[in-house]
Design a protein around this ligand. Structure first.
Ligand code: SAM
Length: 274
């Protein structure tokens, strides 16, 4: 378990906890990117007619809603109060639970499947988060999750980080006590260590169409936590430099008056032993 007195972990947890309360209202921009990946997460979690599914860290609940379209019986859960309000406003007919994924209010083996898109990288203790997902999944059931791929392929995230670095303007952003492994081997090891068998990792790629780099900058600043923290507190001069660098970085993805920004994620899945 991480040491709760450690400042690295504590600052990260505070940033995450408060950050989603602020980012929830404008999540639509980032949600357009996660929606490109969500169907693959559901497929990896083996969701079909009748599946009892927990959509954990549900955000606005698009995964739970899509599961229901596939005939699943979905419950959506998120820790953020503001995000839970967005969830209810967006998909009000879904069962919604406001809860921390590290201590779920469900009995052991409640669900056939647990899906958590873009969740583990927001935890200070991803192994503990996976253990809790394992606990509420029935023996033989599946969990699936998605993490962004490396910045060279997940350009939505990569372009901003590179623009900030080239502008020499990054703010210090606290990191988790236990960062997620960056490579597939490490991620699969984490799944195995949490007790899952038949661990899988699969790359999915798509692209997000936007009209200009400003849409990207403002969209990510408003709808994320970590990128928002990276961009916070800059002088007007620095913001202009970041904008210029971002515009340069985006040019290779231009087609006419639109930008098609590559999105890439790794879908991870594992089965709880029978
Ligand atoms: C990047 S969003 C992903 C939302 C959604 N799954 C999607 O793919 O669009 C991360 C979500 O995780 C939630 N979250 C972060 N830490 C959490 C925790 N410990 N327990 C439950 N939800 C958490 C946040 O409130 C936020 O809604």
């Amino acid at each position: 378990m991480p040491d709760p007195t450690s400042s690295a972990g504590a600052d990260f947890q505070a940033m995450e906890r408060h950050g989603w309360e602020k980012a929830a209202a404008a999540y639509g921009f980032f949600g357009r990117a996660t929606c490109l990946v969500i169907p693959h997460v559901l497929t990896a979690a083996r969701v079909k007619r009748g599946t009892r599914l927990l959509d954990l860290a549900a955000g606005p609940g698009h995964l739970a809603a899509e599961a229901r379209r596939r005939g699943g019986r979905a419950v959506a859960a998120d820790r953020s109060h503001a995000m839970t309000r967005v969830l209810v406003a967006t998909h009000g007919d879904l069962p919604v639970v406001q809860t921390d994924g590290m201590a779920l209010p469900f009995a052991d083996a409640t669900f056939d499947a647990v899906a958590a898109a873009f969740y583990l990288n927001h935890l200070d203790d991803p192994a503990g988060g996976l253990a809790e997902m394992h606990r509420v999944t029935r023996p033989g059931g599946w969990i699936a999750t998605a993490v962004w791929d490396r910045p060279e392929r997940a350009r939505l995230n990569g372009l901003i980080a590179e623009a900030v670095a080239r502008a020499g303007a990054g703010s210090a952003v606290p990191g988790p006590e236990h960062p997620l492994p960056e490579d597939e081997t490490g991620l699969l090891h984490l799944l195995r260590a949490a007790g899952f068998s038949r661990p899988e990792a699969r790359l999915v790629q798509g692209s997000l169409t936007i009209s200009d780099p400003a849409e990207l900058l403002e969209g990510l600043a408003g709808s994320t936590v970590r990128t928002a923290a990276l961009l916070r507190g800059h002088s007007d001069h620095d913001v202009r430099r970041i904008r210029d660098e971002l515009a340069r970085g985006c040019e290779p993805y231009r087609s006419g008056d639109q930008l098609h920004i590559p999105v890439a994620a790794v879908i991870l899945a594992g089965q709880r032993h029978e």
